[in-house]
Design a protein around this ligand. Structure first.
Ligand code: SF4
Ligand code: FES
Length: 363
C-alpha cells in the first residue's frame, strides 16, 4: 500500500504583485477566474487531513492576493492541519495578520529577494516592496508567529548572503532557508542572468557552514546548493509521490510544481476525484514512484533510495527524458556537458526577462 503524504502545498493563486525572474511557477499561469473557491479548498483540506497530511503550505503566486485567505486558514485549522503561509508579505497588513493569528495560522515563511531596497525591488520588479516587507516582518514579530526567512540566491545577490543571515537574526527568524536558484518554470528563461559562478557557489557553501557552526541553537539554516555546480542531485519532493503533493489554483493535483512540463502524464483534478484516490491511483503519481522505473546508472546505484535519481522535471528539461538520471548527477553521461554549460551561463551578461502582466496584480 502507498504510504500517505506528509505535506501538501496549496497553490491558492498564481496571481502575484512581484515578478521575480526566478519564478518557478509554470509559463502558463492559471488565471484568476479559474481559481477554486473557498468551499472547494476547504473540502480538499479535509480530504488531505483524512489522507494523512499533517502540514499544509499555503502558497502561490502570492497567497495574500486571495481575499478569503483568513477563511482558508480557518478551514485548514478546522481540518486539523498545521498551517504555514509562504508569502512575500505584500498584501499583508497588521489587521490581516491579526485575523490570520485568530484563525489559527501556525507559521509564516517570508521571502527575501535581496537585503536592501535597491536589490530587492529590482529583483521583485516592484518599487517599495522591500520597505513593505520589513514592516510586515516587524508585525509578524509583534504577533509572535514562528518565522522562517527564505532567501533565493543567484549570481546577482549571492554576495548578500552574510547580510541575509544577519537579517534573519534581527527579524527573530528561527530558520533561514538559503536556496540557490532552481531552474524551473520562468526561471529557465533567466538562466543566463541568474546562474551563479562556481566560485560563488563554493563561497556560499563556506559561509553557510561557518554560520551553522556559529549560530547553533539560535538559527537553523537550510541550504539548497547550486545544483549545476554540484556532484549529486537533490532528493526532489522527497522522492516523486513519496512525501508530498501540490494542488494548483484550479484544483489540478501534481506530484511537484513543475510536473506539467513532463509530456504524457495526465493529472487529475481534486474538483472531480477524491484526493486519496488521486494519491494512490493516478498513473502520473505512480510513474516515478519508488525505484522500479529507474534506468542505469540509477538502477544499480547505491544512492538510489537517497535521492531517487534527482529531479524528474530537471531530467526532462536537460536530458529531454523525465526517466533519465538527473544530469546534475556526476554519474549522468550529460553531467560534464552541463558543468561546462553552467560556466557559460554564469559568464553571460544577460538582462532579466520579467514575466509580463497579467501574471502580476496589485494586491
Ligand atoms: Fe542519484 Fe542516480 Fe546519480 Fe545514483 S546515479 S547518485 S541514484 S541520480
Ligand atoms: Fe518536478 Fe523536481 S520539480 S520532480
Amino acid at each position: 500500500m502507498t504510504r500517505p503524504p506528509i505535506a501538501m502545498l496549496a497553490e491558492l493563486t498564481h496571481r502575484c504583485p512581484l515578478a521575480c525572474p526566478y519564478c518557478s511557477n509554470p509559463l502558463d499561469l492559471v488565471r484568476g477566474a479559474a481559481e477554486m473557491g473557498t468551499e472547494d479548498w476547504a473540502r480538499i483540506f479535509r480530504e488531505a487531513a483524512g489522507l494523512g497530511v499533517l502540514q499544509l503550505h499555503l502558497s502561490g503566486g502570492e497567497p495574500a492576493a486571495r481575499r478569503d485567505l483568513v477563511d482558508l486558514v480557518a478551514a485548514a485549522r478546522a481540518a486539523g492541519l498545521y498551517t504555514n503561509l509562504i508569502t512575500s508579505g505584500i498584501g499583508l497588513t497588521a489587521a490581516r495578520l491579526k485575523a490570520l493569528d485568530a484563525a489559527g495560522l501556525d507559521h509564516v515563511q517570508l521571502s527575501l529577494q535581496g537585503t536592501d531596497a535597491a536589490m530587492a525591488d529590482a529583483i521583485g520588479g516592484l518599487e517599495g516592496a522591500f520597505a513593505r516587507k520589513l514592516e510586515v516582518a516587524r508585525q509578524i514579530g509583534e504577533i509572535g508567529f514562528p518565522l522562517t526567512l527564505n532567501a533565493v540566491l543567484h549570481r546577482r545577490n549571492l554576495h548578500q548572503l552574510p547580510r541575509a543571515i544577519e537579517m534573519a537574526l534581527e527579524l527573530g527568524a528561527r530558520r533561514l532557508e538559503v536556496a540557490t536558484v532552481q531552474f524551473h518554470g520562468w526561471a529557465l528563461r533567466n538562466r543566463d542572468a541568474l546562474m551563479p559562478t562556481r566560485e560563488q557557489a563554493r563561497e556560499a557553501g563556506r559561509i553557510v557552514a561557518e554560520a551553522r557552526a556559529r549560530l547553533r541553537g539560535r538559527l537553523v539554516i537550510d541550504y539548497v546548493p547550486a545544483d549545476y555546480h554540484g556532484d549529486y542531485p537533490k532528493r526532489c519532493m522527497g522522492g516523486w509521490g513519496s512525501t508530498g503533493l501540490n494542488v494548483a489554483p484550479d484544483g489540478t493535483v501534481l506530484p511537484c510544481h513543475a510536473a506539467q512540463t513532463i509530456p504524457g502524464l495526465e493529472f487529475w483534478s481534486a474538483r472531480e476525484v477524491p484526493l486519496a484516490r488521486i494519491w494512490a491511483e493516478n498513473p502520473a503519481f505512480n510513474a516515478y514512484r519508488g525505484t522500479e522505473w529507474m534506468a542505469e546508472p540509477c538502477r544499480s546505484c547505491e544512492r538510489k533510495t537517497k535521492d531517487f535519481g534527482g529531479c524528474r522535471c530537471q531530467a526532462m528539461a536537460l536530458a529531454g527524458d523525465a526517466g533519465a538520471t538527473d544530469p546534475t548527477c556526476v554519474k549522468s553521461p550529460l553531467h560534464a556537458d552541463l558543468a561546462a554549460r553552467a560556466g557559460a551561463h554564469a559568464a553571460a551578461d544577460a538582462a532579466f526577462v520579467f514575466r509580463p502582466a497579467p501574471g502580476r496584480v496589485a494586491v
